[in-house]
Design a protein around this ligand. Structure first.
Ligand code: HEC
Ligand code: HEC
Length: 307
């Protein structure tokens, strides 16, 4: 049974396909009956059809090569339909599916790549990060799997963190980055729709004061109390965040969603929920290691080369 059609349709399609091919074979043999008729002069008679004055249609039989080609074509069709899926939901004698073929070819490719990755398996992330060949592979993996969200330069955009700036939501040590990529992350800032408008305005001013952005001193003084009540549990007493929760540091001028008064108010009222998808089912451990080294290198290699 297929997911897309019931048994009845499957049988119907099977019947139409097989009867179609059998009809083609029948057609060939049924038309062979017309024998070649020779005229008295020994030449082939014509059908009586004449075009353009002297173009006669002769009553020749089909050439043998053509007949064989036709038959072989029909037999090829029948053999193909016996071996591969094509007759309704019948899966074929070879049990072929495109998804199985993809899995096999991916396994094969992984086997071929093994010796290349083996070289890096005993190296630390820091060592892999300075290996030019590993960086090249890492960049290609990044472009394939990560750039759609983090940008091809890993610079990020609203809601998607910049991975080149040495500012981390979940930690920038090699093992933190590896854990982020392997298991994914899900930062949840709950919506605070119930706080009074004035309090939201106050705490937003206070949040801006944390990174020395222009703010209304009076409001932000009041906002400090609101922050203590509602926000310190995740963002900490000093607003420096909590990497275990992915709660951003609010004092560093690096914004995931924007640091304007409006954006901060939007964050507080509506909440935010960023989702970094886990890669452990998608990428092999070896690939994740090269990606970790690539991402780690984006901020750390730069730091060493700047020195
Ligand atoms: C579907 C979009 C998406 C894809 C694809 C994606 N990411 Fe992410 N990534 C995110 C989001 C969103 C976050 C922020 C999560 C949060 O704030 O909780 C994130 C966070 C991260 C972080 C943590 C940054 C920090 O500051 O701690 C790293 C590292 C990372 N991603 C690397 C990668 C790598 C490497 C890949 C490719 C294998 C990748 N991401 C693919 C959306 C994505
Ligand atoms: C339950 C924990 C939690 C509480 C409580 C909480 N936050 Fe957050 N906050 C987070 C997390 C996690 C994020 C990151 C969300 C994401 O990655 O999508 C965040 C994001 C933010 C951002 C966006 C930062 C940026 O870089 O754009 C601001 C601003 C913010 N919080 C302010 C506050 C304020 C103000 C309060 C109190 C009213 C508060 N938060 C309460 C967990 C929390």
């Amino acid at each position: 049974m297929s997911d897309f059609m019931n048994e009845g349709w499957s049988n119907y399609i099977t019947l139409v396909s097989l009867v179609g091919i059998i009809w083609c074979i029948w057609l060939l043999f049924s038309q062979r009956k017309a024998k070649v008729i020779h005229t008295a002069e020994g030449t082939v008679s014509d059908t009586g059809h004449v075009w353009d004055g002297d173009l006669r249609e002769l009553n020749n039989p089909l050439p043998n090569w053509w007949r064989w080609m036709y038959l072989i074509g029909c037999l090829f069709g029948l053999t193909y339909l016996a071996l591969y899926p094509g007759l309704g939901s019948y899966s074929g004698l070879l049990d072929f599916t495109t998804s199985k073929e993809l899995t096999t070819s991916m396994e094969q490719a992984n086997q071929e790549l093994k010796p290349i990755y083996a070289k890096y398996s005993n190296m630390s992330i820091e060592q892999v990060a300075v290996d030019p060949k590993a960086q090249e592979i890492g960049q290609r993996l990044f472009l394939n799997s990560c750039s759609q969200c983090h940008g091809s330069d890993a610079g990020g955009s609203t809601g998607f963190p910049n991975l080149t700036d040495a500012d981390w939501l979940y930690g920038g040590k090699p093992q933190d980055i590896q854990a982020t990529i392997t298991l994914g992350r899900n930062g949840v800032m709950p919506p605070f729709a119930a706080i009074a408008d004035q309090q939201v305005d106050d705490v937003a001013n206070y949040t801006r004061s944390l990174s020395s952005l222009p703010n209304d001193t009076k409001k932000s003084e009041r906002g400090a109390a609101v922050f203590k009540t509602y926000c310190v549990a995740c963002h900490g007493n000093d607003g420096k965040g909590n990497m275990a929760l992915g709660a951003p540091n609010l004092t560093d001028k690096v914004w995931l969603y924007g640091g304007s008064q409006e954006k901060i108010i939007e964050t507080i009222i509506k909440g935010r929920m960023a989702m970094m998808p886990a890669q452990d089912k998608v990428l092999s451990v070896e690939k994740i290691k090269l990606l970790t080294a690539y991402v780690w290198g984006l901020s750390n290699n730069k730091a060493t080369s700047d020195k």
